[in-house]
Ligand binder design. Structure first.
Ligand SMILES: Cc1cc2nc3c(=O)[nH]c(=O)nc-3n(C[C@H](O)[C@H](O)[C@H](O)COP(=O)(O)OP(=O)(O)OC[C@H]3O[C@@H](n4cnc5c(N)ncnc54)[C@H](O)[C@@H]3O)c2cc1C
Ligand code: SF4
Length: 512
């Protein structure tokens, strides 16, 4: 008897557990571009092109390797619109012994798949998701009995577990973390190697035409699509990063520059998250660069920490705290997402630039997401559900398992501090220090009150004051409250008035 192996759009690797032991003579691989997945949020057009094109290329590869593949294009007449409908149809046609699928990346889909066995009357086998280094229970085992779940300690466990950047039991260079060396901004316009780009082939061209018709109302530009859509291309992106940019990755990790979101970053998040690259091969490439003196320790450790630390950690965090995480709103933030998150029409240059980058490329780097867009969402008290939806749909690398911990827990402190010991809140001076956005802004980052004052300045203190009951006793916030008591009372009063006026304008959808 045959088996049906369902391959989801983010599981595009021959090494997936679900593809091991497949009988090429009898088993059927099922892949489908379905409406339910493509539209449950209105994903960025470039993200849809990337995923559909990468799926189509992967189906071709599977066929070349001798697998039997049933592939349903989005616009084919026999497309049934949902994964379940396709699985049900395949079960009726092939009468399989079982349906196999690797663990999906979203709670929503896992809950749905868990019901299939009883609905279909056939065994459904969910294999573990080997697009990660740690098994899912690794986080739960580590978290057992803990009140705080700091990434740094989880990361150290994984360093020991994998032996990456280790000399015996000790971290390479004697320290676990070189973050303190990784906070430089650009003193002058840098000469950075450009990101890897790829020609649009016939398959991608067809998908672009499809997306232009079927998803015309979705956010984002389709101009200049240049992402890798095969594993071979994604490997080139990785090699180029290791050869050309890893050396300075650490040093400029937090820097921002008007008109260039790519900088020294790796641009591989979307490939890792769809299986085109596997995390261990990426980490070994970085370790190898360090071993061969091609990149310094601060850069290699910084990069390894992002993938072995943050990526593994947020994935464990997501499954540990779901489904509750979805509804968390510790700071009771209720404000609607302003229109400029879609249009970029705001006089705040940093926000306008980051939204424009996001619209154009389905990409913004970490500090843009955290310290400009996220920082604003936190300070202005934007409602977590709306903010989560925005982040989930605008980035090509966004899937709920990684997006939600970053947004709800890291950015919005909506989980009440399981992930972060204090909120990532900052005034305009942080943005000014790390970027050149302020130079061409309508507002003045030096001014704290008045019509020209940078809104991040007064919103910061407004945020601190309105959440006093939540943070006053937090030892990491104590200094901020002490500083506030020493500030000139009239100035503080003016800042709060300016913040109130600003937030009213925001609520009225007036240009700010
Ligand atoms: C509010 C917010 C939302 C985010 N949403 C996503 C998302 O939907 N999908 C996503 O993959 N990343 C997300 N991140 C993390 C990070 O911003 C992106 O992984 C990164 O910008 C992708 O670009 P890159 O590949 O050039 O990364 P680099 O800066 O080169 O980093 C290398 C890799 O490290 C991993 N990484 C780095 N930081 C994180 C992190 N905080 N969490 C998980 N992995 C990390 C990614 O796999 C990334 O590709 C988010 C961060 C914030 C603050
Ligand atoms: S002045 Fe304020 S709003 Fe303008 S770019 Fe700088 S931080 Fe952003």
């Amino acid at each position: 008897m045959s088996n049906i192996i369902l391959i989801l759009g983010d599981q595009l690797n021959l090494q997936m557990n679900s593809l091991q032991g497949v009988d090429k003579d009898t088993d059927r691989i099922l892949m489908a571009e379905v409406k339910t997945e493509a539209t449950y949020v209105k994903h960025h057009k470039k993200k849809i092109v990337f995923v559909f094109s990468a799926m189509r290329h992967f189906a071709l590869l599977l066929r070349e390797k001798g697998y039997n593949v049933d592939y349903y294009r989005y616009d084919s007449p026999d497309n049934k619109g949902s994964l379940y409908a396709h699985v049900e149809d395949a079960v009726a046609s092939y009468q399989p012994e079982k349906v196999c699928v690797a663990h999906p990346g979203e709670y929503r889909l896992l809950s749905e798949i868990k019901q299939w066995e009883s609905k279909l009357g056939v065994a459904v086998e969910i294999s573990s998701d080997n697009r990660f280094i740690a098994e899912q229970h690794f986080f739960a085992d580590w978290a057992e009995g803990k009140k705080q779940f700091r990434m740094e300690f989880f990361y150290r466990e994984l360093r020991k577990h994998t032996g990456l950047l280790m000399e015996g039991n000790q971290p390479s260079g004697g320290k676990w973390n070189y973050d303190a060396d990784n906070r430089e901004s650009f003193k002058k316009a840098p000469d950075i190697p450009p990101p890897s780009t790829f020609e649009v082939d016939d398959i991608t061209k067809e998908v672009i035409d499809l997306v232009n018709i079927e998803f015309s109302g979705h956010f984002g530009s389709l101009d200049d699509f240049h992402f890798a859509v095969t594993r071979a291309e994604a490997l080139k992106v990785l090699d180029t990063f290791i050869d050309e940019r890893l050396e300075k990755f650490g040093q400029y990790q937090d820097a921002m520059l008007e008109g260039d979101p790519w900088l020294y970053h790796s641009h591989i998040g979307l490939y890792l998250n769809t299986g085109l690259l596997m995390p261990m091969e990426v980490l070994l490439a970085a370790q190898n660069a360090f071993d061969n003196d091609k990149a310094p320790l601060n850069s290699v450790e910084g990069f390894i920490r992002q993938i072995l630390g943050w990526r593994e950690y947020v994935r464990g965090f997501y499954w540990y705290f779901m489904p509750g995480l979805k509804d968390k709103n510790y700071l009771n933030a209720q404000r609607n997402l302003p229109d400029f998150f879609w249009t970029a029409n705001t006089k705040m240059n940093c926000l306008s630039q980051c939204v424009q980058d996001t619209h154009q490329h389905a990409y913004a780097h970490h500090i843009q997401r955290l310290m400009v867009l996220g920082n604003f969402a936190l300070l202005a008290g934007l409602e977590p559900k709306q903010v989560n939806e925005w982040y989930l749909l605008v980035y090509a690398d966004a899937y709920e398992w990684v997006e939600m911990p970053n947004v709800s827990a890291m950015v919005l402190f909506a989980d009440g501090g399981h992930l972060a010991s204090k909120p990532y809140a900052a005034s305009g001076s942080y943005i000014n220090k790390m970027s050149n956005y302020c130079g061409s802004c309508h507002y003045s980052v030096k001014e704290k009150t008045g019509a020209q004052a940078c809104p991040f300045n007064y919103l910061y203190w407004h945020f601190v004051e309105r959440n006093r009951d939540k943070f006053e006793n937090n030892p990491r916030m104590a200094m901020i409250y002490r500083t506030m008591t020493k500030m000139d009372e009239t100035k503080v009063k003016h800042m709060f008035e300016d913040a109130d006026t600003f937030l009213i304008c925001l609520d009225n959808n007036e240009e700010v």
